[in-house]
Structures are given as C-alpha cells and as structure tokens.
Design a protein around this ligand. Structure first.
Ligand code: FAD
Ligand code: SF4
Length: 510
C-alpha cells in the first residue's frame, strides 16, 4: 500500500530521511506552498521567493526522476491554507498506509504534526533529520548534568565525532582547537572583497517573483535584484565560489564591518544550508579540503567549520532541549517596544542604517552586523525579546525558529540568564569604530559620550551596565566593566545616565 510523504519547504534535500526506502512507483510526495506558513510573520519578500522557487525546482527534479508529486502552488484563495488541510485531502483520496515526514525545525509546527495521527486517522511516522550532525538525543546526553552549556566544548565533541580537521592521533589540526584570536582584523579595503555569487532568475523564479510582488506586497524588503541559487546544483556552485574567492580571507575579516561592502568575505550559504540545498557536513568537508590542498589558511577554515559544526549544531540543540519555555524567557525584564526604524532604516546612526538597509535589500546581513549592531542596540536599550525575535525571524532569508531564537534570545539579548553565552555581547560605539569605517560617516561622534551629538551607543552602554548591576556584577567576565564604571567621577556617571535616559525617551528620533 502507498505511503504519503510530506516534504517541507526547508527539507529540499534529495537524501531527506522522509524519502528513505520510498517507492517512487507507489508513494505520493506532497509539497505545498501554504498561506499559514508564508504569513505567520512578515517574511522578507526574497525569503518567500527563495523558498517557493526552490520548492518548485525540487518538485520538478523529483518528477523528472519519476516520482509522483502533488504540489500546491500558492494562491490566497486556495481551498487549503495550511499543511494539515493539504495532507488531509490527499489522505482522503489516497487512503495511504501512513504519512511519513522528517521532523520539522519549529516547535509550533512540530506540535501540530505530532497530533496528526489522531486528527487525520492515519499513522504518522516522523523521522529524525539526518542532515544535522548531532541528533537531538546526543545533544541532550551531552548537556545533561551541565550547569552551563558552552559551545566550545560541544564543538570539540563534534570535531571528534566527524574527524573534521583532526590529526590521525586525535588532536586538532594546526595544534589548536580554536583560532578565533587571529580572526578580528579590521578591513580597510584590501584585499578587495570578492564579487557576489549571482544566479539570474529563470522562468520559474520570475513567475514566483511576480506572485510575491502581487500577493505579499506589504511584506518586508524587496524582491528586486533577486540572485540567490534555488537549486542544489547552483547552491553547490555558490559553495565553490566561496571556497575559491572568500574563504582564504574569511577568518581574518570575520568580525569586520564595512560601510560600502554588504557581504565581505562571508559565505552567504546559510539560506541554502537551512532549506536543504546544501548539506552542512559536505560544506564543512569542502572547506577542510581547501586547507589540506593549501588553498586557505587554518584560521579561516577552522573559523568557518566552527560556525557550522559548533554554533549551528549547538543552537539547534539548545532550541529543542528548552522549547517551548525558552521562547518566553526575559530574564533582564525588558519592556521597550521595537523602534520603528528597524523596519525602515530611517535613523541617523550610520551603523544601524547601513545594517538595516542591507537587510531590506538583501534579506541578509552578516553575523557581526546582526550581533554587534542591530543586536547590540536592542540589548542596550532593553527591547522586549519577543519583538526583536520576531524582527530577526522576518527579515533574513536564512531565518527559521530553531536557529533564530537561540541566537537572538540567548546570544544577543541574554534573556536566558546566560544559559547560552557566559556574558552579554554589550559594546559601546568604540567597538563598532574599531571594526568598521561607519563612524567617520556618521551624524554622531563616536568620541563623545554625553553631548547632544555623542554616539548613542556610548551612554547606552554604561546605562546597561549600571541598570543590570545585580545581574552581572558577580560575573567574572564583567568585573572589569564594573571597575571601569566605578572609577569614573560621580558627575561623569550622572551625565552618562542622564544622556542615556534622554536617548531612551526619544528613541524613535535617533
Ligand atoms: P558565514 O559567516 O559565512 O558562516 C558560515 C555558516 O556558519 C553560516 O552559513 C551558518 O550556517 C553557520 N553559522 C554561523 N554562525 C552561526 C550561528 N550563530 N548560529 C547558527 N549558524 C551559524 N543564522 C541562521 O542561519 N538563521 C538565522 O535566523 C540567524 N539569526 C541570527 C540572529 C542573530 C541576532 C545572530 C547574532 C546570528 C544569527 N544567525 C542566524 C547566525 C549567523 O549570523 C548567520 O548564520 C550568518 O550570518 C549567515 O551568513 P553566512 O552564510 O554568510 O555565514
Ligand atoms: Fe554607530 Fe556611533 Fe559609529 Fe555612529 S558613531 S556609526 S552610531 S557607533
């Protein structure tokens, strides 16, 4: 008897576990563009284009290989607006032995699918997602009994498990586990950043762009200049482009920010890895091979592999270990609404304007912009975690709950009380000045703290330190900040706090 195999929009991998042992002559694959998934947040237009187009190409590939595919294209008037309704109709028509799917990446949907066997009256087999390097159980076992979870130790376990960048006697290649200390250079224009990898939209993608412009006109961002890969072959070409042109400098300029370059030496692979067009382990292996071939230095390759093998796996483990409670955490007691300029980019703060404008155009900003510019500002000003989390989930092409939530709520907002990171990534304007060339072009003066034209990050930083004294004064990694704060003259401290209060009172005007 036939099975019904549901493949979700971020599972576009030919080897996805839902297809294991499937029979292409009997089974029916279901892939659906549904309103409920496309509209649960104000997704960037480019993200919707990427996913719908990649889904359509994937369905076509399966059909070409002889699979029977039921594909629902998006239309606002479709009879079935959610996945359950689409699957229910196919179950009624096909009367399958069971529904098979691979576990999804979001608690909300996971809860729904877990109840389908009762609601649809058919067995539902949910298979684990073998694209991740650690299973959920492996992560849970590793985390058990640890008071604090630190990425670095988990990452070493993953290096040992995969053998990536490991010597034959079990040590790390290059003699160190972590070359982060070498990866903090400012970029001054040399060497030039590589050209962006581009794929010209084909007829399927052009049709999807039209659809998105018509039906998602109010959604964030623009579909203009869409150049993402939408097939596994093109994503593979994007990986090769990264390894040839950007990986050699990835480490050196990993923490750099530029006023005039959106992408620098980053890989721009997360949109593909997260929707299934690239396999994370294959991406790591390709980078490691570049080091063995002498095409990229160890600080670049180790730094890159750590992001995927370490951070990506780590945040996924944290998500599933702690949901659904994790999403509600707000340990710093933040109450401020997200300022409107997060959606428009209309702010005089050059670094914020540049990061938000790039986000609006590209559905992309690199890690340091997300963490140390838009994230840092939200942390310092005490934005409500759920509002800033919703923003990050909406605006990036690579955003899915399992990866966005721990990064924003844990890493950026420290709303989990330090479970994910040992100290908040709070920084004054000096950090942004050190890592970028924004400040020279800014309305505000990064060398001032209390005057009307002083960089807002400076006073806001000290306000954050002061107001969260109880949270952080005993944190060994924050001791120096508190000593520096207390060393300042009382008049200077008052002036800083006064300036920060004024900034917070007029936050929409910054
Ligand atoms: P590169 O800099 O080239 O890094 C290589 C790869 O490492 C990425 O493609 C990604 O797969 C992985 N990676 C790097 N850092 C992380 C991390 N912290 N967590 C998980 N994977 C990581 N990443 C997402 O994929 N989706 C998100 O929704 C997301 N939201 C974020 C929100 C905030 C506030 C922060 C600070 C980070 C977020 N990240 C997210 C992590 C990281 O910023 C992006 O993965 C990265 O910017 C993607 O661009 P890239 O492919 O050029 O990455
Ligand atoms: Fe950003 Fe301050 Fe520098 Fe302006 S001066 S770019 S606000 S850090």
């Amino acid at each position: 008897m036939a099975n019904l195999i549901l493949i979700l929009g971020d599972q576009l991998t030919r080897d996805i576990s839902a297809l294991d042992n499937a029979d292409r002559n009997q089974d029916l694959v279901v892939i659906a563009e549904v309103h409920d998934e496309a509209s649960y947040t104000n997704h960037h237009k480019k993200k919707i284009v990427l996913l719908f187009s990649a889904m359509r190409h994937f369905a076509q590939q399966l059909r070409d290989e002889g699979w029977q595919v039921h594909y629902q294209s998006y239309h606002p008037d479709n009879e079935h607006q959610n996945l359950e309704a689409v699957v229910a109709e196919q179950v009624q028509q096909l009367n399958p032995a069971k529904v098979i799917t691979t576990e999804c990446g979001e608690w909300r949907l996971h809860e729904q699918i877990s109840q389908w066997h009762e609601r649809l009256g058919v067995p539902v087999e949910i298979r684990s997602d073998a694209r991740f390097i650690a299973t959920k159980k492996e992560f849970t076992d590793w985390a058990e009994g640890r008071k604090q979870l630190r990425m670095e130790f988990f990452y070493r376990e993953m290096r040992r498990k995969t053998g990536l960048l490991m010597t034959s006697d079990g040590g790390p290649e290059g003699g160190r586990w972590n070359f982060d200390a070498d990866n903090r250079k400012k970029w001054t224009g040399k060497p030039p950043a590589p050209a962006t990898f581009r794929v010209e939209p084909d007829s399927i993608t052009r049709e999807v762009i039209e659809l998105v412009d018509e039906h998602f006109a109010d959604y964030f961002g623009t579909s203009e200049d869409f150049h993402f890969a939408v097939t596994a072959d093109d994503a593979q070409a994007a990986l090769a482009h990264f390894i040839d042109f950007a990986l050699p400098c990835f480490g050196d300029f990993q923490d750099a920010i530029s006023d005039n370059e959106d992408w620098l030496f980053h890989s721009i692979l997360s949109p593909y890895i997260n929707c299934g067009l690239l396999e994370p382990i294959a991406v790591c292996e390709a980078a490691a091979q570049a080091w063995y071939d002498g095409r990229a230095p160890i600080n670049a390759v180790e730094g890159f592999v750590r992001q995927i093998l370490g951070w990506r796996e780590f945040v996924r483990g944290i998500y599933w270990l702690n949901m659904p409670g994790y999403a509600k955490e707000n340990r710093l007691g933040n109450t401020r609404a997200l300022p409107g300029f997060y959606w428009t980019g209309n702010t005089k703060m050059r670094c914020m304007h540049k990061a938000i404008d790039a986000t609006r155009r590209n559905a992309y900003a690199h890690h340091i912009q997300r963490l140390m510019v838009t994230g840092n500002f939200a942390l310092l000003t005490g934005i409500k975690p759920e509002e800033i989390c919703d923003w990050y989930l909406a605006v990036y092409a690579d955003a899915y709950d399992w990866v966005e939530l721990p990064n924003v709520l844990g890493m950026v907002m420290h709303a989990d009380g330090g479970y994910l990171g040992s100290k908040p990534y709070a920084a004054s304007g000096k950090y942004i000045q050190r890592q970028s060339n924004h400040c020279a072009n800014c309305h505000y003066n990064v060398n001032k703290s209390t005057e009307q034209d002083a960089c807002p990050f400076n006073a806001l930083y000290w306000h954050f330190i002061h107001r969260h004294r109880d949270n952080f004064v005993n944190n060994p990694r924050m001791g120096m900040m508190y000593r520096n704060w207390e060393k300042q003259k009382p008049e200077q401290r008052d002036a800083l706090l006064h300036r920060a209060e004024d900034l917070l009172a007029h936050i929409e005007c910054l």
